[in-house]
Ligand binder design. Structure first.
Ligand code: TPP
Ligand code: MG
Length: 383
């Protein structure tokens, strides 16, 4: 299948962003500003040693995270990475949850057990916000999301999954196995490759000879799209096109977003490996928020005062969330035991075999759980 690249400009009325309302266009600005202000607050707290672990920034990548997640519905499921705070906020994570999580507070989503934003809220369509707690091994969320979206397809649910991977993560076996299996199974999965130029200290050209990641779609036989990841409307357009295609039965889609990581891997990284002037050039010429502000106040006709009101709202919300997070206590030692052991499974065991009546089903006792084998089905006793 041919790789398709989003064409630039000159296509009036064909872009999904043309259908966004004025309020939605302002909302995109709100989410990007909230992401940046919240991260700036986290940096201040980190320097006061109130953030107890690492701190990962998405400075310069806010349009990529916000514009792509804005293409999803509430019932859809999204799997974020460390640089997708914006996507988590769009999907319903709150600043106070994020602050408490980073500060390891006792009433944070993981009760102080995780330093980062490794928490999720996922379940039945509509009942939860639909974001998965990320796991750290690079690329591994691709096969996980392949499984999630395979269940959507098998159950006939009108839901799409979106998984973010970095340029570095595409060089793992998990990425390859996951996207290949999703493609073959025609899973409604959108794989977003965030090409931000670096994987820790390794520049992209030192970990792949591929000229661009969108080319990899050809090898998996799936549609591929590419967009300027620092143009929030272009990001929305390309992701919305991929999400719509996946929802309509078009199977797995790959989206490459071109962006740049302006901070180090985490706050402790001094970026000594970055060529002189590179960061400054991206900051001066290609900041996603500056670019969107220029567009909003230019061709889209927003008044500067409307944007200032959003900035003020964000400042108030981040201040209130900080006060609340600072006031809450640390976990008690015994809290470490809570939630460690799984609750009884929410699904009936072997739900996918119900009604099939196969020989295997007859040999397993669905009520007892996975892999319980009954040697003689007629005897009815234990194996
Ligand atoms: C399998 C694996 N190898 C190494 C690491 C350590 N590690 C964590 S993030 C990272 C770099 C990730 O780069 P990229 O995928 O480009 O994402 P970015 O940080 O640029 O968003 C590395 C090497 C890991 N978590 N998992
Ligand atoms: Mg990267």
């Amino acid at each position: 299948m041919a790789t398709r690249t989003a064409r630039k400009g000159g296509e009036p009325a064909a872009r999904p962003s043309d259908r966004l309302t004025r309020e939605q266009k302002l909302e995109l600005y709100y989410w990007m500003r909230l992401t940046r202000t919240l991260e700036e607050r986290l940096v201040a707290l980190y320097r006061q040693t109130k953030v107890v672990g690492g701190l990962f920034r998405s400075l310069g990548q806010e349009a990529d995270a916000v514009g792509s997640c804005f293409a999803l519905e509430r019932r859809d499921v999204m799997s974020p990475l460390i640089r997708n705070l914006g996507a988590m906020l769009v999907k319903g994570a709150t600043p106070v949850e994020v602050l408490k999580q980073y500060m390891a507070k006792g009433d944070s989503p993981t009760r102080g057990r995780e330093l980062n934003i490794h928490f999720g809220d996922v379940g039945a369509a509509g009942a939860t916000r639909g974001f998965l707690g990320q796991i750290s091994p690079l690329g591994d969320m691709v096969p996980v999301m392949t499984g999630v979206t395979l269940s959507f397809r098998m159950r006939g649910e009108d839901r799409v999954g979106l998984v973010y991977v970095g340029d570095g993560a595409t060089s793992t076996g998990a990425f390859h196995e996951g996207i290949n299996f999703a493609a073959v199974q025609r899973c409604p999965l959108v794989v977003v490759v965030e090409n931000n130029g670096y994987a820790y200290s390794t520049p992209t050209h030192k970990q792949t000879l591929a000229k661009q990641f969108v080319d990899k779609a050809v090898g998996y036989g799936i549609p591929g799209y590419q967009a300027d990841g620092n143009d929030v409307l272009a990001v929305y357009d390309v992701t919305r096109t991929a999400v719509d295609a996946a929802r309509a039965g078009g199977g797995t889609q790959l989206v490459e977003l071109m962006t740049y990581r302006r901070k180090g891997h985490a706050e402790h990284d001094n970026q000594s490996y970055v060529p002189d002037g590179e960061i400054e050039r991206w900051a001066a010429e290609n900041d996603p928020i500056d670019r969107y502000v220029a567009r909003l106040t230019g061709e889209l006709g927003f008044a500067a005062a409307e944007l200032a009101a959003v900035d003020e709202r964000v400042r108030r919300e981040v201040d209130a969330a900080t006060d609340e997070a600072e006031a809450s206590g640390f976990p008690e030692p015994l809290d470490a035991l809570l939630g460690v052991y799984a609750d009884p499974p929410a699904e009936r065991p072997l739900w996918f075999r119900e009604g099939t009546g196969g020989a295997v089903a007859a040999s397993e006792r669905a009520a007892d759980g996975w892999g319980v084998y009954r040697a003689d089905p007629k005897a009815g006793g234990d194996a």
